[in-house]
Design a protein around this ligand. Structure first.
Ligand code: ADP
Length: 499
C-alpha cells in the first residue's frame, strides 16, 4: 500500500481545544491514519486555552509571516513536544488572533468575533507558509469546516502559492449550518483578484463571501460525516441551508464517512473519569455509576429501577430541544429522572432552569462544558436522548452504545445510520427511533423505551448488544484513505504520487 503524507487542518482538536464533535474527530483520526502507516500532521491555531507547558510545546520557527488583510502578519510555529505523543501537531501562534478567551465567540457579547474572517484567512495562509518553511509538502491537505475552507482555494488560485497548485485537497463538512459567510467587503481581506468574486466562481454566495463555499468549490473531493447526511444536504434548504444546489453540482465528488469513536477515551472498561468500570460480561459497575451520577447531580436516590435519561449537548436549535419543551411536562410526569448537561443559546438555558425549578426531584440541569460530567452521564444513565432536527453524524449516541446507555433518537443523518429501532420480539435493534420532527412522536419513543426497560432481561440483552457494537476509527480511517486516493487521482499530481 502506498503511504501518504497528510496535512490535516482543523480549527479544534482533542485534547487541545474543543467546542464540538469536530475536535473529537481531529484528535482521533490522525491516530488511526498513523496506525495504517501514513505520515500525518495536524495543524491548528495556538489558542489561549492550550497550555504550552502541559504539551511541552517547542518552537519550530519564530520568524514566519503570512498575509491577511493586505498586511504581513508575523507568527511563530510550535509543535507538540510530548514524549510518546500519538502523532505530530503544529500550532500556529499569533497572539493577536488566537490568544482570546474563546475559540470563535466573544464571551462578553455572545457573538462571533468581529474579525473571524481575518483570523481564519490568516490561518489558511499561515498553514501553507508553515509547509513551505519546513519543507513539509503533503500529498493531500485535508481541511475541516469553513475555518479551513480557504486553504483549498488559496492552493488553487492564490498567486502567492504556486507550488501548491497540484496538491490534492479534501474538505470535510461537519455541519453545513456553519458556513463562514461574511459581508462582500471582506473579499478585500483575502487579497485575491476581484474577478474571482462572481456568482459563478468559488467565493461569492448571495452577495457575501463564503469560506465554506470556497472550500467546496476548490476541493478535489468533499465529504461529510455520514452517508445519510451526505444525501440529506443535497435535498432541500431545510438540510442544505442554501448549499443544496452547490452540493448537487458536485454530487459525484461528495461522499459520506461516518465518524469513528476513540475507544481509548470513551470506553467503560477503562474510563478513568468514572467511579466504577464495567463491560458487557460484567455490568455491576454501571449501577455504581448511576448512584454516583445521582449524587453528583443532586437527584434524589429513588428506587434504582427508575431510569435516568441523559442529555449532553450544545444547546442550539439544531439539537431539537423545542420538541422537549413542548412535551416536557408529559415526560417529567413519567417514572424517570433526567440529567441535562449543555451550554449554548440563552433561550434553552432559561427553559431548562425553569423546568428544573418546577421538577427538582426529577430533573437536574448543569449549564456549562464539563467533560468529566459528560463521561459520568454516559456511564450512569440508562437512556440517552438526541431529538435532533438534523445531525451530521452525532457522537454521543455512539458513546452511549458503548456505555450500555440506550439512545432515543430522531431518524436523521448519522443518527439514522447508527441506531436501529428495538424490536423486542425479534431481538434486534440498539435504540429507539422516531421519524417525524414531532414532539408527540418523541414522547411515544420515550414511552416505548420505558416499557421495554421494565423487562430487565430484554433490556440487558439490548445493552449487551449495544456495548458490543464496534464504531472504532479503523474502518472510517480506511474510508478516508480511499478519499485521499480519489483526491490525488483528480489533482494534477495523481500520476506522480501513485507512482
Ligand atoms: P456537535 O459537534 O454538533 O456539538 P456531536 O455529537 O458530534 O455534536 O459532538 C459533541 C461532542 O461534544 C461530544 O463529544 C459531547 O460529549 C461533547 N459535548 C457537547 N456539549 C458538552 C458539554 N456541555 N460538556 C461536555 N461535553 C460536551
Amino acid at each position: 500500500m502506498h503511504s501518504f503524507k497528510i496535512l490535516l487542518v482543523s480549527p479544534e482538536a482533542v485534547p487541545f481545544a474543543k467546542t464540538g464533535g469536530l475536535a473529537d474527530v481531529a484528535g482521533a483520526l490522525p491516530k488511526a491514519l498513523k496506525a495504517l502507516g501514513h505520515d500525518i500532521r495536524l495543524a491548528m491555531p495556538l489558542y489561549r486555552q492550550i497550555d504550552k507547558s502541559k504539551y511541552f510545546l517547542r518552537e519550530v520557527d519564530s520568524n514566519l509571516s503570512a498575509e491577511a488583510a493586505g498586511r504581513k502578519e508575523s507568527f511563530a510555529l510550535y509543535e507538540d513536544g510530548r514524549q510518546g505523543r500519538a502523532f505530530d501537531t503544529w500550532f500556529v501562534s499569533h497572539p493577536g488572533f488566537f490568544d482570546r478567551p474563546e475559540l470563535y465567540k466573544d464571551p462578553s457579547t455572545g457573538q462571533d468575533y468581529i474579525d473571524n474572517e481575518e483570523r481564519f484567512a490568516f490561518l489558511a495562509r499561515a498553514v501553507l507558509e508553515s509547509c513551505r518553511a519546513t519543507d513539509f509538502m503533503p500529498d493531500i491537505v485535508h481541511c475541516n469546516d469553513w475555518q479551513s475552507g480557504l486553504i483549498p482555494a488559496f492552493m488553487k488560485v492564490d498567486p502567492r502559492f504556486p507550488e501548491f497548485r497540484e496538491i490534492a485537497t479534501l474538505l470535510s463538512i461537519h455541519n453545513i449550518g456553519y458556513q463562514g459567510n461574511f459581508p462582500a467587503t471582506s473579499f478585500q481581506i483575502l487579497g485575491l483578484d476581484d474577478s474571482l468574486f462572481q456568482p459563478d466562481q468559488g467565493f461569492e454566495y448571495w452577495g457575501m463571501v463564503s469560506f465554506l463555499k470556497a472550500g467546496i468549490w476548490y476541493s478535489d473531493i468533499i465529504n461529510t460525516v455520514s452517508k445519510r447526511y451526505a444525501q440529506e444536504i443535497q435535498t432541500s434548504n431545510e438540510f442544505g441551508y442554501g448549499f443544496e444546489g452547490i452540493l448537487r453540482d458536485r454530487a459525484g465528488d461528495l461522499f459520506g464517512v461516518l465518524n469513528g469513536i476513540d475507544y481509548d477515551v470513551w470506553n467503560p472498561a477503562k474510563d478513568e473519569l468514572i467511579p466504577a468500570k464495567f463491560k458487557p460480561e460484567k455490568l455491576e459497575g454501571k449501577a455504581k455509576c448511576k448512584n454516583a451520577l445521582r449524587r453528583k447531580t443532586k437527584l434524589p436516590m429513588v428506587r434504582k429501577d427508575v431510569p435516568i435519561i441523559g442529555i449532553i449537548s450544545r444547546l442550539a436549535d439544531q439539537k431539537g430541544f423545542d420538541l422537549l419543551a413542548e412535551v416536557a411536562d408529559d415526560i417529567l410526569a413519567l417514572d424517570l429522572q433526567m440529567v441535562i448537561l449543555g451550554t449554548g443559546d440563552k433561550k434553552y438555558h432559561d427553559l431548562f432552569i425553569e423546568l428544573q425549578a418546577k421538577y427538582p426531584k426529577k430533573l437536574s440541569v448543569t449549564l456549562g462544558f464539563d467533560n468529566e460530567l459528560a463521561h459520568l452521564i454516559e456511564a450512569g444513565s440508562d437512556m440517552f436522548l438526541m431529538p435532533s432536527r438534523y445531525e451530521p453524524c452525532g457522537l454521543n449516541q455512539m458513546y452511549s452504545l458503548k456505555y450500555g446507555t440506550i439512545p432515543i433518537v430522531r431518524e436523521t443523518g448519522g443518527l439514522a445510520d447508527t441506531i436501529e429501532n428495538v424490536n423486542p420480539a425479534r431481538g434486534t435493534g440498539n435504540g429507539f427511533v422516531f421519524r417525524k420532527y414531532d414532539s408527540r412522536e418523541m414522547l411515544n419513543a420515550v414511552k416505548f423505551a420505558l416499557e421495554v426497560y421494565r423487562n430487565k432481561a430484554v433490556w440487558q440483552e439490548i445493552m449487551v448488544r449495544a456495548m458490543r457494537q464496534d464504531f472504532s476509527w479503523e474502518k472510517s480511517a480506511g474510508e478516508y484513505v480511499e478519499l485521499y486516493r480519489k483526491a490525488i487521482a483528480k489533482s494534477g499530481r495523481g500520476a506522480q504520487v501513485a507512482g
